[in-house]
Unconditional design. Structure first.
Length: 160
């Protein structure tokens, strides 16, 4: 086969590959936009509540699971893999729950299980009573080492 025929055949194939890659990129962008719109429709800002988990160092506590109750109703549970715990140690933050919540007084209870100091099973809870207004609420469950007490500390913080 002459060289000119091969070059001519590969040019349309290269153009087709470029068009396919452009279409894939466009589909990914549209999918991302669609997910953002879906979240805005399902969880409007005036009723949205989101709960996140973060961990600082974590030498005194090996996280195994978290359970979250909102107004005495379980809304989320998660069992952690070693890779997920490593990601939290490196500064990662996990979104554990996003939902809708009416305005008013609410109580959030987080139950943490894992291994504490001296390799003993450890179960602790943290409670937060908060007022949900018309704006979105972002709540962080933070696990950090309390070196003075040689115990892990569990904080619940509402972001404004």
């Amino acid at each position: 086969m002459p060289a000119s025929t091969t070059a001519t055949a590969s040019a349309p194939a290269a153009t087709l590959d470029t068009r396919i890659q452009d279409l894939k990129s466009e589909v990914i962008r549209l999918n991302r936009d669609l997910l953002v719109l879906e979240e805005e429709l399902l969880f409007p800002a005036n009723t949205q509540v989101a709960v996140f988990v973060s961990m600082d160092v974590g030498k005194l506590f090996e996280l195994e699971s978290v359970q979250i109750k909102l107004n005495d109703q379980v809304i989320a549970t998660h069992l952690y893999t070693p890779r997920e715990v490593q990601a939290l140690h490196r500064g990662g933050v996990q979104r554990l729950h996003v939902g809708n919540l009416r305005a008013g007084e609410h109580q959030l209870v987080a139950l943490f299980t894992g291994r504490g100091p001296h390799e003993r099973d450890y179960k602790r809870g943290a409670t937060l009573k908060f007022d949900k207004g018309t704006e979105a609420r972002y709540i962080e469950l933070r696990i950090r080492d309390e070196k003075a007490k040689l115990q892990p500390e569990f904080e619940v913080k509402v972001w404004q």
